[in-house]
Design a protein around this ligand. Sequence first.
Ligand SMILES: *[C@@H]1O[C@H](CO)[C@@H](O)[C@H](O)[C@H]1NC(C)=O
Ligand SMILES: *[C@@H]1O[C@H](CO)[C@@H](O)[C@H](O)[C@H]1NC(C)=O
Length: 412
Amino acid sequence: MFPASLFTAVLLALAVSANPIIQIRNSPITLPLARRLNLTSVHNLVRHDVNRAKALRARAEAVRSGVPLDKRAVVSESVDNQAVSYVATVAVGSPPTDFNLLIDTGSSNTWVGAGTPFTSTSTTQQTGQDVSVTYGSGEFSGTEVLDTITIASGLTIPAQSIGVASQSQGFSGVDGIIGIGPVDLTLDTLSPDTTAEIPTVTDNLFSDGTISAHEIGISFEPTTQDSVFNGELTWGGIDTTKFTGSLTFTPITSTSPASEFWGINESIKYGSTTILSETAGIVDTGTTLILLASNAFDSYQSATGAVLDQTTGLLKITSAQFAKLQPLNFNIAGTTFVLSPDAQLWPRALNTAIGGTANAIYLVVNNLGTLQGEGLDFINGMTWLERFYAVFDTANKRVGFATTQFTTATTN
Ligand SMILES: *[C@@H]1O[C@H](CO)[C@@H](O)[C@H](O)[C@H]1NC(C)=O
Ligand SMILES: *[C@@H]1O[C@H](CO)[C@@H](O)[C@H](O)[C@H]1NC(C)=O
C-alpha cells in the first residue's frame, strides 16, 4: 500500500540479515498541515487565548502537584475555539479510518473520536485504562487503546497509545488532537494507572527507529485566506528549505510552569526600549496571538499609541501610528528575532471576519493578564510562529528558531 514503507522494510530485512548492527532509518518525514480558520467565533479570540494561558498554567500546576483530575481548575474556553488552527489527517486501524486532528504543542495526548466515531479493527488492542484530559472548558474522556496509526504517507506507528473519546466537549469540526508537547503532560491522564506516562507519537517514531532524531520541525506561513495547505510538520529532523540563515537553540527554561511546556527564556524590546526583561514563557501553536505579561503589554500599548478596540478585543492603531510602528525585537539566547511592523498586524483581509472594520489596523500583541514574574510571562503563539521556523528538540531539551522567507513578508 505504501511503497516507501515497503521499500524501507525490505532494506531493513536486508540490513538485518547482512549485519545486525546496521540500522537503516527513514528520516526525516514531513507531514503537510491544512490550515483551518474558524472565523465564526473569533469575536472572542482574545478571551480564548487568555483562557488557554490560564488552562495551561492550571494543568502544569496539577501535573506538578498531583491534584486529582476532577479537582483541576476549569476555565471557560476550549482548545479548538481559536481563529487559526492546523489540522492533519491521521489513519487509525486496519482497515483504516481517517481522523482530522489538531496539532497541539501545549498538550501531549493523542486521541480521536470527537467527530468521526472510532471503530475497533483487527489492530486495536485494549489497554484496560480510562483516559481523560481537560483543556479549558474543552475536554474528552474515554478509553485508551493501542492501535496502528499512519500519520503521513508511509509513516506508520504499529502500536500507538491513543484515547478513544466516549464523550467530548468543545471539538466541533475536528476529531481530536495530536499532542506534540513534552511527554510529562500525559501524566495523570490515565486511570487507574495515574502515574504512567503515555509515549507520544514523536517518542514512538523515535523508539521504533522510524526517525533518527528525537525532534520536530514546524513551519507555518502567514494567514491570509481560508483552508490552505501552508503548514508543515517534520518528524525526526528539520526542513532546511523552510528557513533562512541558521537555527538558534535555547534550552527549555528551568522556570516553572513554562518548563512543563515548550518553555524558553526571552526578553523583548519595542524598537530599542526594553518592554519585557528576560523571563520565561512558552511557544504554543494553540494560541493565536502573541501574549505579553500585563506590564510589558502596557508599555507596548503606550509606545505604539494603540487603543483597545472593544469589539474585537485587539489593539488598534491609526495609519499614522502604523507608519511609525517599530519592530518588536525578541532576544532569544543572544539572537534577535525581529517581528516587523507588518508582522505585528492582524491580517487585514480577515478584519471583518473577526467583527472588525474592513480597513482598520489591529495588532496581534495582546495582554496575558498577569504581571511578569509568574513563571509564564509570554506566549509566542501562531502569529509569531508564522514568521519563524521552530524546532522542538526533545533529545536535547531545547527549542530552536530561524528566520524564514516570510519573516519580513508584507502579507498583512
Ligand atoms: C467554529 O466555532 C463555532 C463556535 O465555537 C462552532 O460552533 C463551530 O462548530 C466551529 N466550526 C468549526 C468548523 O470548527
Ligand atoms: C532562565 O531564566 C531563569 C530566571 O530568570 C534563570 O534562573 C535560568 O537560569 C534561565 N535559563 C534557563 C535555561 O532556564
